[in-house]
Design a binder for this molecule. Structure first.
Ligand SMILES: Nc1nc2c(ncn2[C@@H]2O[C@H](COP(=O)(O)OP(=O)(O)OP(=O)(O)O)[C@@H](O)[C@H]2O)c(=O)[nH]1
Ligand SMILES: [Mg+2]
Length: 474
């Protein structure tokens, strides 16, 4: 039996479920909590089955977070068997992008695991503000399409002290998720395989009464992982039964109109970066006193070492300073300016209209891209003509001509009508007509603009007052 299977599973009220139970995915968990009596997702699913309602989610998404080196990528590799997932060989951070990995739990259920890098100011090529932005953009992109069902926060049980970076990551995680998501959180302690059992258990108790207390009190589970596939699968099984979270706090904040910098997570990061800056300045100043002492003692080796440390700290200070400025710039990063293009919906607007507006935005982009493509094709044609040569391949020429034709045919009217016809819940004829009407107006206005432009280019005036003046004698 794996170590994880012997682990007590702590739920929101701090009860321990029997260890064996957690190894059997089919078993429903037992608890004395009244809320369990009111709603049992397992039971309602089976009632739904009888009534012909959808019985099971087809897709489940699990997001992993935690400090670098805690074993996020290793965990996903164990689950998926994907050998291409890179895991760290040194203390240097390994993962630098957010990546997803899919695997089939069974015939009816696909699980998407999301691997993320940890927040770490020592990371050379990536900043924490960029990571926050990436996380938010990632969550917005998947908004509604694939709701997050579970969040796993990893921590090494072998760490004798809860260091600064661990604290920073845990605080960021807490601010990103918010208390409401905690029922879907698993705090996973790793490296049980390499830690003395009594020491690990003592650390676990300390964590439960200290750093993880707020999480457990809000409903998070505390589980153990011993680096085996069985243990990883048990953890995932405990998440699959959970109902989807909806949106986690940071997404709601952004969609509700806050800028990225003004979300709780953004503010937390700002205060962390300010703290780091102060710390680096203090450390550099402390080194200055040591340097003076080394000079008095004429200890050249010591002087050189202190200078090296100072340069290292200066580089860190510069990086943090840059990161802080970058985060300040994200006061401009709002759902309206960025999120709407990333996410599928617009805040407070019914999804039908949101989809239409989204479609229209997409169609304009599409239109521009096609215009560019048209110009490119034309340039290529005129170059060939200037070079005196035609298109060698007749088939290619034909394709090219069809492409130009398609591009030219792409009026707003045609596009709007196409979008209108696809509005959900609106009969396609009506949607198509409404879209066509809007598109016709847009085309008319565009046509007028184009004519005015052509006249301007020929030196003719389009200003009615000037035109009138031009008609006056003298
Ligand atoms: N013994 C033991 N080693 C582990 C465990 N989990 C991870 N490791 C090792 O810890 C190191 C870091 O693991 P990763 O999976 O790369 O950690 P990560 O959280 O993805 O780290 P970043 O990508 O840098 O954020 C690797 O050498 C793993 O082999 C575990 O449960 N037990
Ligand atoms: Mg990793």
């Amino acid at each position: 039996m794996s170590q994880n299977s012997e682990a007590p599973t702590k739920n929101g009220v701090g009860e321990a479920t029997p260890s064996f139970a957690s190894t059997v995915p089919e078993l429903k968990s037992w608890s004395d909590s009244e809320s369990d009596l009111e709603s049992d997702p397992g039971d309602s699913a089976s009632v739904g089955a009888e009534a012909g309602a959808p019985v099971q989610q087809k897709s489940v998404t699990v997001l992993l977070m935690g400090m670098t080196g805690t074993g996020k990528s290793s965990f996903i590799r164990l689950l998926t068997g994907n050998k291409e997932i890179k895991i760290g060989k040194s203390i240097e951070p390994e993962t630098s992008d957010i990546s997803t990995y899919d695997f089939a739990q069974n015939d009816e259920l696909e699980v998407t695991m999301v691997d993320t890098p940890g927040f770490d100011d020592n990371r050379a090529h990536m900043s924490d503000s960029k990571l926050l932005q990436d996380l938010i953009e990632f969550l917005l992109k998947r908004r509604n399409a694939k709701t997050v069902n579970g969040l796993i926060y990893l921590h090494r049980i072998s760490d004798v002290r809860f260091g600064g970076t661990a604290t920073r990551n845990l605080r960021m995680f807490s601010r990103l998720c918010g208390p409401d998501a905690m029922k879907n959180v698993v705090i996973l302690t790793t490296r049980w395989d390499e830690t003395r059992r009594d020491v690990a258990e003592k650390t676990e108790t300390d964590l439960m009464n200290g750093h993880f207390k707020e999480f457990v009190n809000n409903g998070a589970k505390l589980l153990r992982h011993d680096n085996t596939a069985v243990s990883a699968r048990n953890v995932i099984s405990s998440i699959l039964d959970l109902p989807p979270i909806g949106e986690i706090k940071v997404v709601n904040e952004i969609v509700g109109g806050r800028s990225l910098a003004e979300t709780d997570a953004g503010r937390e990061l700002d205060s962390q970066l300010t703290q780091l800056k102060t710390q680096h300045v203090e450390d550099i100043n402390g080194l200055r006193d040591q340097y003076k002492a080394a000079r008095l003692a004429q200890d050249e080796e010591q002087q050189a070492e202190i200078k090296r440390l100072r340069d290292e700290l200066l580089a860190k200070l510069e990086k943090v300073d840059k990161d802080k400025k970058n985060l300040e710039g994200m006061k401009e990063w709002t759902f309206a300016s960025h999120g709407a293009q990333i996410g599928s919906n617009i805040p407070f607007v019914p999804s039908v209209i949101g989809t239409m507006v989204g479609g229209a935005v997409g169609a304009v982009a599409d239109h521009r891209a096609r215009k560019k493509q048209q110009a490119k094709l034309r340039r290529a044609q005129s170059h060939r003509a200037a070079a005196g040569g035609g298109v060698v391949d007749e088939g290619e020429k034909e394709t090219e001509e069809v492409e130009v034709e398609q591009v030219e045919d792409l009026t707003f009217k045609a596009q709007a009508s196409r979008i209108g016809a696809n509005i959900p819940f609106v009969p396609s004829v009506i949607g198509s007509l409404a879209g066509e009407a809007l598109g016709t107006v847009a085309d008319y206005r565009k046509g007028t603009k184009d004519k005015a432009k052509a006249k301007r280019e020929q030196g003719q005036t389009t200003d009615p007052v000037a035109w009138f003046k031009g008609k006056l004698p003298l």
